[in-house]
Design a protein around this ligand. Sequence first.
Ligand code: SF4
Ligand code: SF4
Length: 463
Amino acid sequence: MSIQDRGDKMAEKQPDKKGLTLSRRDFLKSTGIAGLTAGAVGASSFINSKPAFAGEKTGQPIVDFTVKEVDQPKYKTFFEGSENLKRFHQANEAFKNKDLAKKNFDGKPWFVKYEETVMQKLTMDKPPAGYTLIDQTLANVSWTSYKTTNFFSWEPIGAANLKRLEVVGKWEGTPEENNKIVKKAAQMWGPGETGVAEVNEQWFYSHEANGTPIIFSDKHDKPVQTKEAWYIPKTMKSLIVMVIPMYEPVRKYVPSALAGGAVGTGYSLMAEKASKMAEFLRGLGYNAIPMGNEIGLSVPMAIDAGLGELGRHGLLVNPKWGSWIRISKVLTDMPIAPDKPIDFGVAEFCRTCMKCAENCPSESISFDKDPSYEIKCPSNNPGMKKWYVDTWSCLTFWTENGAGCTNCQGICPYNKPHTWIHDVVKGISAKTTVFNSTFAALDDILGYGGTVDENNPEEWWKS
Ligand code: SF4
Ligand code: SF4
């Protein structure tokens, strides 16, 4: 299917939203919620609820009445089979997979094909809006901190003064104090939410992309990278995970190079935050390994750290920022009390929502109501019952589009601004699945379902 065909198909799926407005009273009437008793689903209490503060988790305002802490992550209680997953070889992921390169990219790395498309668009008489030289250049330079620094160094990089430790010794806080300290530190480095998990070795790659094994070792007391192997001391048992919201005003222009600028900016913030956290820990006398998307799988780590749930699109859904986020993480031997996983009804909502699947231009996201064991491409890690995503067709679309996509991240109803109406929807969907399909439709009616078909990226430059 060509990009044009895909665009037409997506446009067909977009409802006509022109001139539609919905008052609070209309909304409640349209869903039938206004007449419900509190006993049925607790709806009245949600409608009357005010956003509360979850100070003990983040110190930041968050609509926490929809979120409950649970003993087991949802990948164990809603999905099944996570214990079957083997540690993943990073060379199997779509970006690195040689079979995919042979099949769809003439045997070259994906980004070579991608750049050919970028140049095709740039040399048109009138490059498409969102794919012009200013858009593409903004997208590229937004990655600066991620791509041009040593922010992910396993060694100290000189920001913290380690000589002081020779005199005063390491910081010795209780695990509970340390949980608070790392979260407060992260708050200073920009918006986001931080959680802590106990290390689960299962989520770490067995090998990095070039084939070097990643080994948890009881013979090392410092993290070491050699040509033969990367060694992580088994004493590094605490995993700090940071969710970073992406720049919101360009979300409605997905997929485009302009929206890709938000992705690059998110990656740069990942690098900066992970690096600062690692140096902070080193400065307090502990080992630290900062990680972006490397070393291990960010989504299950973030779930373990109480930062969200797994969505149909295979990504994290965070209660405050939805899916318009990035994730970085830091492994350390500082003893830190872990947070609990959370449940706010996402997996159940995904069963009927399907907005990410409907708006995926490469049809990479499952429309199955329920999760299954069926993998969708050779880059999937088999053995778990979930909604697998065809990452091969996804990345192939990127190369044909000349920009990353992020439609699935941009369209998710959990992203929406913190208006009372979305808080009500999130609150109710955390308690009952009865209204989920209605809510997904309302997301369109309310005018949040738009894509680049309806939003002109030139508007952002002129705003
Ligand atoms: S990023 Fe990939 S999976 Fe997500 S909507 Fe785009 S093509 Fe589909
Ligand atoms: S768009 Fe809908 S189905 Fe997809 S992850 Fe978000 S809530 Fe789930």
